[in-house]
Write a protein that binds this ligand. Structure first.
Ligand code: PLP
Length: 401
């Protein structure tokens, strides 16, 4: 009989070559356990998914309760399903009044596709604006918006009429013209290496969209649900989008996404043509039950309020390390940039050896990401920072720097 490792190599379609994948057999809190019984500390959260930690008991209980009632019963929107409507109501209660209609999907990419279609229908236009070094997903529409040629060029032709701007460049904002259906932007850029918007930058984009009649779409698929110290990342700026895209942490560890807009806008997908957007699994009832429980955990355990302080416990110590050039922080999401020519691949290997799960960004070669579950404690953070420093020092002695 073949081992799991052989099956992984022989029969899995994979996005990249992983030399020695860790086989996970269990996860709890901030820990992942492998088939050898070794514990790894999760500083990635499955890329901003496990905000309430792995197997949070209240999330697990909500899932089990829903499982005893029903799982998938019908394609999205035909039957009234309590977990869906309760979650839609909860989101509407937390969001500004203009974001009161939630269209549930199953992933971030699908949320972006829905947003693109909605913007085209509302404006009757086809042009789109996105930003360099932005990642919005792997499907064709999302790929058309991707801000990196090397990842998208092999798949052309993609959607036409996409204009790409440099994030934080105020001068380029005037390139948003009356041909543009939507401007798709992350309120904090994730895969670019945690790039925060300059003060008033998002406000300036909002103003230009109002002038041109283009819809402003915020992709906070990676930054939402407490990660940055607010329930939603756009709250830091005070700028409200026309369409908000969510996924990842939304499902409390299960697949779930949404694009959210006004009831008036959303009408466009329900009429003329009817069935303007269809999904089988969107808003899966078990995922929605997990989502409701994880939102409750985020709020009742004050995980959102503490995210910024916890993040600063990382940044304040790491910034003093001689190998580290910059730490960019948004709550418990950190982009740690090493000094130029520092051998980051070796550092990443050293993290793995020290059983720390850390990863790099798609579009920032000199930085690594720290985004642990928001449930991480202060004591755990201090121990983890010691391990991060030890891992870096194991590559180059700090005295030599
Ligand atoms: N948008 C952002 C900012 C993301 O980080 C991602 C995934 O990493 C996506 C969209 C796509 O989400 P998914 O992988 O769920 O399709």
């Amino acid at each position: 009989m073949r081992t799991n490792r052989q099956l992984f190599r022989l029969h899995m379609g994979l996005p990249s070559v992983e030399d020695e994948p860790v086989e996970i057999v269990r996860a709890q809190g901030i820990y992942l356990y492998d088939d050898q019984g070794q514990a790894f500390i999760d500083l990635v959260s499955g890329v901003s998914v496990s905000n309430t930690g792995h197997l949070h008991p209240r999330v697990v209980e909500a899932i089990k309760t829903q499982l005893d009632q029903y799982m998938h019963v019908m394609v999205y929107g035909k039957f009234l399903q309590s977990p869906q409507v309760q979650l839609a109501g909860k989101l509407a209660e937390m969001l500004p009044a203009s974001l009161d209609a939630v269209y549930f999907v199953s992933s971030g990419s699908e949320a972006i596709e829905g947003a693109i279609k909605l913007a085209k229908r509302i404006t009757g236009r086809t042009g789109m604006v996105s930003f360099k070094n932005a990642y919005h997903g792997g499907t064709a529409g999302a790929l058309s918006l991707l801000g990196n040629e090397s990842l998208k060029n092999a798949f052309r032709p993609l959607l036409p009429g996409v204009v790409q701007l440099d994030f934080n460049d105020f001068h380029q904002i005037e390139l948003i013209s009356k041909d543009i259906a939507c401007v798709v932007i992350e309120p904090i850029q994730a895969e670019a290496g945690i790039i925060l918007p300059l003060p008033s930058y998002l406000g300036a984009i909002r103003k230009r969209c109002d002038e041109t009649g283009s819809l402003l779409v915020f992709d906070e698929i990676q930054m939402g649900f407490g990660r940055t110290g607010k329930m939603f990342a756009f709250e830091h700026s005070g700028v409200v989008p026309d369409i908000l895209c969510l996924a990842k942490a939304m499902g409390g560890g299960l697949p779930l996404g949404a694009f959210i807009s006004s009831h008036r806008n959303m009408h466009a997908l329900t009429h003329d043509p009817e069935l303007g957007h269809i999904t089988t699994f969107g808003g899966h009832p078990v995922s929605c039950a997990a989502s409701l429980a994880s939102i409750d955990v985020l709020i009742s355990e004050q995980l959102i309020e503490s995210a910024d302080y916890k993040g600063s416990l990382f940044s304040q110590r790491l910034i003093n390390h001689p190998a580290i050039r910059e730490v960019r922080q948004a709550g418990l999401m950190l982009g740690v940039e090493l000094n130029e020519n520092y051998p980051i691949e070796k550092v990443m290997k050293s993290f793995k050896k020290h059983r720390l799960i850390v990863d790099q960004f798609l579009f920032n070669e000199s930085s690594f990401r720290i985004a642990p579950p928001l449930t991480i404690t202060e004591t755990e953070i201090q121990a983890v920072v010691d391990m991060i420093i030890e891992s870096i020092d194991a590559v180059i002695n700090p005295m030599e720097l």
